[in-house]
Ligand binder design. Sequence first.
Ligand code: ATP
Ligand code: MG
Length: 229
Amino acid sequence: MLKISDYSVGYGQSLVISGMNLTLEKGEIAALVGRNGMGKSTLMKSLIGMIPSASGQVHVAGNNIVPMPSFQRVQSGMGFVPQGRMVFSTLTVEENIKTGLLNSRSQEIPDYIYDYFPVLKVMRKRMAGNLSGGQQQQLVMARALVGRPKLLLLDEPTEGIQPSIIKEMAKILRKIRDSEGLTILVAEQVLSFVLDVADKIIVIEKGNIVHQQARAEVNEQQIASYLSV
Ligand SMILES: Nc1ncnc2c1ncn2[C@@H]1O[C@H](COP(=O)(O)OP(=O)(O)OP(=O)(O)O)[C@@H](O)[C@H]1O
Ligand SMILES: [Mg+2]
């Protein structure tokens, strides 16, 4: 579903991601783990087309997406939830979700969205800016999912969220993967969440993959050591 080959991304002359290779199978949930400043967001933003890549190839479901502008990447099945929960705070919950439908034929929010995130149904007429952090995170996930992506990129969804909600979020993501066959790449630093959600763990340091392992085979302490400063 996702094949990244010899891929480099940088700002100006300095490369942040250099020569990365990474493959995700359909329906796989992969956690991209790494400390602050290691290049997680840079990779995510370049994959969705917000920042240009320097070299290499990215195929999504067999299509080379590198020449595509962002909107075309979204049309071809990619969804992106950026770091920092950017909701439109003066729009309602419902209006926020509908912005994810702009490219779709139907302008109605399908029921399954509220089945995954019941709290959003209760709050659908409220201003998004008045929601709690955890509720806003669910809102931005709903907004990305309503366009029925095949590949979802999530950038640090647990940032600033309490442990019980983090646990719930892992459950919801696995449920969505199970029923929609979605492939997910999630950048994370919260180890408990990574262990709950991922099938595969990929550790990134200074823009290079330094470790990659199936969840079942992972040594938790080793992953923890990559995250400690
Ligand atoms: N717009 C920019 N211009 C120049 N350098 C940048 C820019 N954005 C990020 N960087 C640099 O690129 C490197 C990787 O940053 P990035 O945001 O990708 O890290 P991250 O892994 O997402 O970190 P965090 O966990 O803190 O979100 C850092 O050294 C950062 O300073
Ligand atoms: Mg980041």
